[in-house]
Design a protein around this ligand. Structure first.
Ligand code: ADP
Ligand code: MG
Length: 327
């Protein structure tokens, strides 16, 4: 069973960033307002995510990390998914490829339960002081899966991916105060203000202040769409600061991304991309999130109509003179 679990884990936990993503998503699903992320050695030595969410009741803790168990899918209605997780795969998959310690408390007694698993087996089980919330610590990731250990990049490369993922999740959940510490150094921090412009400035730097233009809000095919795009002179050489968030989930709907790019490209210097965030809220049955275990492949039923409207919006907003010139 240990070997089978390790093989199954490959689907969900391909590299350190996969652990970070799953743990932050769990914290957000638990309603956390504060999420602290810490990594050492590119995530291979240690990954720790602490939250102040609802916590896991002590009697449920062993189940949550040992078995495909989810508290999130009510009934079997995949179309109604509102939470980020729903497969119950992440924690058992992590337990199969790392040393996993969970400390969680689900009430205000000040006492929770600590479990440590080695190779999916509980080796420590004891009461532990902790306020309501959960801390998950993952050590020695992939030490028992040489192929995956070898596939992990240099620590800096893993840290770059982890930072990118923390940024994405922080933008998807602007109400959560998020911090990322890398090898004892704080590298990212959001205030949890709830405001996406503020979050963008916190994540990408103060020079952005006053240089973001609102997109929308507009209504298309039953979806409410709003966002922000940077002034044409604030561009980047890479695409990875173009963010689309669908029902609270950071996503990459390909057709929509291509349309956005086609709309801004003629209005920006060659090869440059804006800072862009697009927030789409729609009925859950308009979104298919169940395509791949990593859940990035979100498909929107009305993607074409939405893409057309957003492309138009970007052309209008970017084509406008910057505020400073109009004054
Ligand atoms: P999923 O998120 O798909 O349900 P996971 O394996 O990620 O599966 O988590 C299993 C279960 O453990 C969750 O459904 C939830 O009940 C519980 N859980 C995990 N992490 C947390 C957390 N940080 N706070 C509260 N509950 C959690
Ligand atoms: Mg999960």
């Amino acid at each position: 069973p240990a070997l089978a679990a390790r093989i199954a884990a490959g689907e969900v936990i391909a590299r350190p960033v996969s652990v970070v993503k799953e743990l932050i998503e769990n914290a957000l699903d638990a309603g956390a307002r504060q999420v602290q992320v810490e990594v050492r050695g590119g995530g291979l030595a240690l990954i720790r995510v602490s939250d102040d969410g609802v916590g896991i009741p002590p009697q449920e803790l062993p189940l949550a990390c040992q078995r495909h168990a989810t508290s999130k899918l009510l009934g079997d209605d995949l179309a109604q998914i509102r939470t980020l997780g729903f497969r119950g795969e992440a924690l058992p998959s992590i337990a199969a490829v790392a040393e996993l310690t969970m400390v969680s408390a689900a009430d205000d007694s000040g006492i929770g339960r600590r479990l440590t698993l080695h190779d999916s087996t509980i080796v420590v089980d004891e009461p532990a002081p902790r306020p309501r919330g959960t801390t998950v610590t993952v050590r020695r990731l992939f030490q028992n899966v040489p192929a995956r250990l070898a596939a992990a990049g240099r620590p800096q490369a893993e840290v770059a991916l982890i930072s990118q993922t923390v940024r994405r999740l922080a933008l998807a959940a602007p109400h959560a105060r998020m911090t990322l510490k890398v090898d004892e150094r704080q590298v990212l921090q959001t205030s949890g203000s709830g405001d996406r412009a503020t979050a963008l400035i916190e994540l990408y730097g103060p020079p952005l202040a006053g240089r973001l233009r609102p997109l929308g809000p507009i209504e298309v095919a039953g979806a409410s769409i709003s966002g922000l795009i940077s002034d044409p002179e604030v561009t980047r050489p890479a695409r990875d600061q173009v963010h689309i968030i669908v029902n609270g989930r950071w996503a990459q709907p390909r057709g929509l991304l291509a349309t956005l790019e086609a709309a801004y490209r003629p209005l920006l210097p060659r090869g440059r991309h804006p800072l862009l965030i697009l927030v789409i809220e729609t009925e859950p049955d308009q979104v298919d999130v169940n395509i791949h275990p990593s859940k990035l492949e979100v498909r929107l039923l009305e993607e074409q109509a939405i893409a057309r409207a957003v492309g138009e919006l970007i052309r209008t907003v970017l084509g406008r003179e910057p505020r400073s010139l109009r004054l």
